[in-house]
Ligand binder design. Structure first.
Ligand SMILES: Nc1ncnc2c1ncn2[C@@H]1O[C@H](COP(=O)(O)OP(=O)(O)OP(=O)(O)O)[C@@H](O)[C@H]1O
Length: 282
């Protein structure tokens, strides 16, 4: 078992940083010169950014610019893709996330992920939540663990009388909150969300957005979204990516601008950001 993250600082303050300051003051992740390859193909080039503790950081940009690729680097999910390789540095609380002594399984426990399409296990609601804690050998009363996770994910009231029911019988929005509850149940520090609302209707989307705001009191959240209004509504900071085309016609994702969300959406520095958020591009 790795010791990664054992020195997590107990900072509870959440809020905007100094205007125009691109570095989070209390970073959970510090990314420097990150490039990501799939085989020979360099999908993302030279990204520098930091993810603030108990902030919501949004990653936006046109399709194929590498948002999901960068997101997956934060919990080493790219390790599971044959041929994928990250170069550069990602520090997690100052420790090299890709260091030799780091256990990727432990990384993924501390840094959970919620996907675009809700993906509950074909098991009962209860067992979906209890699965991770059981695997981790969580001690204590499982009923309480399940209730706490479902309550935090704002789903308890809707499912408390049908915990034995198959999770696949829930609506799409409920399934996504169940997946968030499942992620929370193993007590992560960070939740990565890859377009968590793209399969949901507007009401379910609002519920997830409200939930994210509540969760950010206790968790650090990084969200990839195609929905710019969503990024503007929920996040503290926004990273705008785009893809440059090289001489050979190959596209490489680049981080164009990273700043407080209010600044990105009202007074961006880069013309490409402005074109994107005003709908002139992408
Ligand atoms: N498993 C993979 N193997 C090979 N290439 C990949 C793989 N996953 C992504 N890519 C490529 O890497 C580039 C970035 O893809 P990625 O999915 O990260 O972009 P994205 O910005 O999240 O896109 P979208 O918004 O459409 O989801 C694309 O050119 C994509 O084709």
């Amino acid at each position: 078992m790795t010791d990664i993250g054992t020195s997590i600082p107990s900072v509870t303050v959440r809020g905007p940083q100094a205007p125009g300051n691109t570095a989070a003051l209390d970073p959970v992740f510090t990314v420097s010169d990150l490039s990501v390859f799939y085989g020979e193909y360099e999908a993302v080039r030279q990204v520098d950014l930091s993810i603030g503790n108990r902030e919501i950081t949004a990653m936006i940009g046109p399709s194929g610019c590498g948002k999901s690729t960068v997101l997956r680097c934060f919990n080493r999910m790219n390790d599971l893709i044959p041929g994928a390789r990250a170069a550069g540095k990602i520090l997690y609380h100052g420790e090299d996330l890709y260091g030799d002594h780091v256990d990727p399984i432990e990384v993924r426990r501390r840094i959970g992920m919620v996907f675009q399409k809700p993906n509950p296990f074909p098991k009962s609601i209860y067992d979906n939540i209890a699965y991770g804690p059981r695997v981790n050998g969580t001690k204590g009363k499982m009923d309480e663990v399940v209730e706490e996770a479902l309550t935090q994910a704002a789903l308890w009231d809707e499912v408390k009388d049908k915990l034995k029911q198959n999770a696949l019988s829930l609506s799409g929005g409920q399934q996504q909150r169940l997946c968030i509850a499942r992620a929370i149940a193993v007590k992560p520090e960070v939740i990565l969300m890859d377009e968590p609302c793209s399969a949901l209707d507007p009401i379910a989307t609002t519920k997830i957005e409200d939930l994210m705001q509540q969760l950010a009191r206790d968790y650090t959240i990084v969200i990839v979204t195609h929905n710019m209004q969503q990024a503007a509504r929920v996040s503290n900071r926004t990273a705008f990516f785009t893809a440059d085309v090289d001489d050979k016609g190959e596209r490489h994702g680049r981080l164009v601008e990273f700043d407080e969300t209010s600044r990105i959406f009202t007074n961006p520095t880069d013309q490409r950001t402005e074109d994107y958020i005003t709908g002139r591009f992408g």
